[in-house]
Design a protein. Sequence first.
Length: 503
Amino acid sequence: MGHTLFGALGLFSLNILLYCGHAQDVPRPVLTVSPSWTSPGDSVTLTCSVGPPSAGWRFFWYKAVPQLSDYYPYYTYELLAGGTTGTEQDSYILHGQTHTAGYQCRAGRGDPVFYTQYSGVKFVWSGGVNPAASLTVSPHRLQHFSTESLSLICEGNSTEWRVMKVDEDGYVSSCYNWGEMTGSTCNTDTRASSGVYWCESVTQSSNAANITIHNVPRPVLTVSPSWTSPGDSVTLTCSVGPPSAGWRFFWYKAVPDLSRYYTPELLAGGTTGTEQDSYILHGQTHTAGYACRAGRGDPGFNTSYSRVKFVWSGGVNPAASLTVTPHRLQHFSTESLSLICEGNSAEWIVKKADEDGYVSSSCSYWGEMTGSTCNTTTASSGVYWCESETQFSNAANITIHSGDVILVSSVHPVTEGHSVTLGCKFKTENLLYNVDFYKNNTLIPNPVRGELLISAVTKSDEGFYKCRGRKSPQGLETLTSAESWLSVKCEYEFCNMCYSLSE
Ligand SMILES: *[C@@H]1O[C@H](CO)[C@@H](O)[C@H](O)[C@H]1NC(C)=O
Ligand SMILES: *[C@@H]1O[C@H](CO)[C@@H](O)[C@H](O)[C@H]1NC(C)=O
Ligand SMILES: *[C@@H]1O[C@H](CO)[C@@H](O)[C@H](O)[C@H]1NC(C)=O
Ligand SMILES: *[C@@H]1O[C@H](CO)[C@@H](O)[C@H](O)[C@H]1NC(C)=O
Ligand SMILES: *[C@@H]1O[C@H](CO)[C@@H](O)[C@H](O)[C@H]1NC(C)=O
Ligand SMILES: *[C@@H]1O[C@H](CO)[C@@H](O)[C@H](O)[C@H]1NC(C)=O
């Protein structure tokens, strides 16, 4: 695409249209201008090269006259003074060049004259202020990050302007290609890139600005641990990638709003950022989402926000709760689940993070939402939770299995001192025989009637559990479930005691 607009520029002149039929045979000269930036009073040399054999050509020199149009940066060309007969030399000196301007050349020889194509347009830029035509860049600096929108403001004695750019490859384009023109201001969008920018009216060109647009790094946030119990501390770490020196880090809480997006809200004391790339959250109790970004310099540049990362809590939060039916963590792939949201809100959405941390927007991706219940049609393993306009519910790490046996275990963490029963379920209604339970791959002796009852749970019961059973009383074929984590929590005021007891 890079050079099609150059073609458009050339095509606009009538002579090129006449030559169109055999344009390939017609040479196209290359114009160079030196220097490309001028100060008032400088001389500028234009050089037109046709390529060998170059003998016998005469050279014709043109000034580009902007033709304002909404879409394409058209120019018509006006012969420079004394140019009707052309010059024998392939260079032309402009004396007392003051403002930004565009030039073009072509060559001709013979009688009747055979003309080459027109060269591409080349510009001589001036950074000096021209009251009749001026460009102001806001924010007022030459270096920008691609996340910033720039306002390129044209002022002077014209009511109609266009904003032009020549990028690093020499490609000429106008605001239409990377922004939106409102009156005489171009507001850039994410397509804006580094290049020389200036304003043009039919009669005037403004000062030009060589603007550099830096790609913005996107930091990666990690959260540890990703599951918390009341009273836990959670560490957020923000990494920008090299060169990482000199950044300050800003930490945000993700506020839900019943959409796939979150509103970033600075964490306490975060306006000045931290020098350290980590941040400790004390007394994290409920599920919450976090993001970070980094900034440096004065005036500052900020990176974009990291992806939102979550700290999940399995504990019930009466203001926002998720109930899973059937009430267990493992499910057969043939089952439909009901994910029920309850609490202080009339409206809920259900979200899911898959194993790669990718968060799907809502129930509509894998089920159907009716009121505050999501019935799944194609559930897959992942962490599920509910969000209202202000709250996150407890989360559940649900796993979906294609095998014949699953472990029946608690969706919520079990409170220390309470009892819990683990079961083992066969896909059909048939019973399983000789059921055993394993914790961290170690056989647990004496389960009663195919169940594992722990009458007073302690922190040391925490671990990965699975079950194994036989299809028939005498059969040798065994079926084993996948593992699930049994989480044990403390009543809040006894937490520290529990931890010391378990050590
Ligand atoms: C625009 O400004 C220039 C320089 O100030 C002046 O020479 C010219 O006459 C002005 N043109 C119009 C149309 O006002
Ligand atoms: C614009 O600035 C960049 C970075 O300083 C430089 O590499 C580039 O040559 C400049 N472009 C022009 C046309 O002066
Ligand atoms: C960078 O982010 C911080 C925190 O949100 C904000 O206070 C600051 O104004 C931002 N700086 C820029 C240049 O956007
Ligand atoms: C969702 O599933 C539950 C349990 O199977 C069922 O009782 C309920 O009617 C279902 N809701 C909808 C809207 O299909
Ligand atoms: C079981 O494994 C988990 C994770 O590796 C560990 O935290 C826990 O202490 C283990 N439990 C026992 C009793 O070994
Ligand atoms: C969810 O549970 C599975 C199986 O125990 C485990 O592999 C996975 O890491 C858990 N996911 C999270 C986010 O804790």
